[in-house]
Design a protein around this ligand. Structure first.
Ligand SMILES: Cc1cc2nc3c(=O)[nH]c(=O)nc-3n(C[C@H](O)[C@H](O)[C@H](O)COP(=O)(O)OP(=O)(O)OC[C@H]3O[C@@H](n4cnc5c(N)ncnc54)[C@H](O)[C@@H]3O)c2cc1C
Length: 481
């Protein structure tokens, strides 16, 4: 297709979307518009690039005096960030630069992480380099640790430092910041849990868990060989091959399913002499409410199904502490102590018992002053956003939040479920708003903090175009000539 056609369609789509089309056709137009952006990117990738300008003095973007458009900074390379960079139009004349900051240089397909933790799929099959998602977006490999929303700066620590004793932090300015750092796994103040249990959130967690599962079996084989000298060998093998999974939410339940499949298929063939000692214990305190993102009925059905399987047990209690063996107290066998003082000895503890906001998000929440509850804690543990994903109390709409770290207030007090399905829709939604040059500074609403019961001041946000769609279309046609 000729480049001119691409630009005509690109220019036409916002016009059609907003002016003429019935809402039913909107997804069709969105996909057309998105595919055109991909096609134009592919064309640029495959044609020779013009000679590059002399290298800038610093590898990090700085505000250029001649800049015409916005500097967009996006934090994270997860579901929402990846889907955002795929759709964002880096050739938009109103956009000066797009920079993605993440400690990981890849996107991780989390739904398959559980399969990777038992070796059903390889980690390399479930990651996508972030640079290949959109090669025209700058990537800084590092962790953002502070957002200065007044000066519009992000402070970050680069990952790749030659001399760790001399860490040089970096500050980058932004006009539009997109916070999509997700949440982190938490052990919620259970003594010993951080030291002795394994979370399931990252590719490294899955790799560690996979090694632990295999090591448990190998240790079991060694113990079974000492039958003559060790009378307690069967007890030892039983402890080593007991897998305790804490948390009956989607992650815990799904992991138990994967582990059960692994134990009943692959492990049975590889370790036939000890497989009968293997057991999975799923711990769920049962303190769920109807508001849980994972629907109560579905959860109960899942727990019932698991419980009916041979070698899977359900413990409806709270874990109060975890302790281990060895000089550092972090080696198997572990002792998991329940509220009713019952102790389970096991070889592996997997912690899928909840998430907490990342420090950078918690800091921003407290700075934006949304109010406190009766216990003096922050009223929100996620960034409350309006229908355009603009963080409340940021007057100029310069900060957007997507995915797990965003609380979409229009969906109720608990927001939308923290799932990939939600994050992967919010990314493209915001990218299209920017592609179509919506002015996100118009009609921002705030949450007042007059007392402990913070209330929402609801001025409905209006969004206006910087330019009319027709003028935009003309600009694009001119640009392609
Ligand atoms: C094991 C597992 C299985 C799941 N299965 C499903 C499923 O089957 N279906 C489903 O819908 N959902 C599933 N989910 C939930 C889904 O993965 C999340 O809802 C989704 O990842 C949220 O996307 P996000 O963009 O908000 O954050 P994430 O995908 O968590 O991405 C956060 C990103 O931010 C980066 N980051 C962290 N700290 C910083 C920092 N300081 N500075 C810069 N970047 C930072 C991280 O490296 C990461 O790249 C699963 C989750 C897990 C853990």
């Amino acid at each position: 297709m000729h480049l001119l056609h691409i630009f005509i369609i690109l220019g036409l789509t916002p016009l059609l979307t907003i002016s003429f089309l019935p809402p039913k056709l909107l997804p069709l137009v969105n996909s057309m518009s998105d595919s055109m952006i991909h096609l134009s990117r592919y064309h640029r990738r495959t044609t020779l690039r013009p000679p590059s300008p002399p290298p800038p003095p610093s590898p990090f973007p700085s505000p250029s005096p001649s800049k015409k458009g916005k500097d967009i900074v996006i934090l994270g390379s997860g579901w929402s960030a990846q889907s955002f960079v795929k759709i964002i139009n880096d050739q938009n004349p109103h956009v000066n630069s797009i920079t993605l900051v993440s400690p990981l240089n890849y996107f991780l397909f989390t739904p398959l992480l559980l399969s990777a933790s038992v070796g059903t799929v390889e980690i390399r099959s479930i990651v996508e380099p972030i640079r290949s998602c959109n090669p025209f977006v700058d990537h800084i490999e590092g962790s953002a640790y502070k957002i200065d929303h007044k000066k519009k700066l992000v402070h970050l620590t680069p990952n790749l430092i030659d001399d760790p004793s001399h860490i040089e932090n970096v500050t980058i300015p932004y006009d539009q910041l997109i916070v999509s750092v997700g949440e982190e796994a938490t052990v919620r103040n259970v003594p010993g849990a951080a030291l002795c249990s394994l979370p399931l959130k990252t590719a490294q967690d899955a790799q560690k868990l996979r090694t632990c599962i295999v090591n448990a079996f190998e240790r079991g084989v060694l113990a079974s060989r000492k039958k003559q000298s060790n009378k307690n060998w069967s007890q030892e093998v039983k402890h080593l091959l007991t897998f305790v999974v804490v948390g009956g939410g989607p992650t815990g339940l799904e992991f138990c399913g994967e582990l059960y499949d692994f134990l009943s298929n692959d492990a049975g063939k590889l370790y036939p002499e000890i497989i009968n000692y293997a057991k999975v214990v799923l711990v769920d305190s049962g303190r769920t409410s109807d508001l849980d993102p994972f629907k109560k009925l579905l959860k109960e059905k899942g727990l019932q199904k698991l419980n009916s399987r041979k070698g899977v047990g359900l413990a409806k209690e709270r874990v109060v502490s975890v302790s281990g063996s060895g000089p550092k107290g972090n080696e198997p066998p572990f002792q998991v102590v329940f509220e009713g003082s019952e102790v389970v000895n096991c070889g592996t503890v997997v912690w899928a018992g909840g998430t907490a906001p990342r420090a950078i998000v918690a800091d921003l929440i407290s700075e934006l002053n949304f109010g406190k509850d009766a216990d003096g804690k922050e009223l929100y543990r996620k960034l409350p956003v309006d229908e355009y994903m603009r963080v409340k109390n940021v007057e100029d709409g310069s900060i957007l939040a997507l995915g797990d770290n965003a609380l979409f207030l229009d969906a109720g007090p608990r927001g939308l479920p923290p799932t990939a399905a939600v994050a992967a829709q919010q990314g493209p939604y915001v990218a299209r708003l920017i592609n179509r040059n919506y002015d996100l500074s118009v009609g921002c609403s705030s949450i007042s903090n007059s007392n402990t019961n913070a209330s929402l001041s609801c001025s409905p946000p209006q969004v206006s175009f910087i330019r009319s769609p027709l003028a935009l279309m003309k600009t694009r046609i001119r640009a392609s000539n």
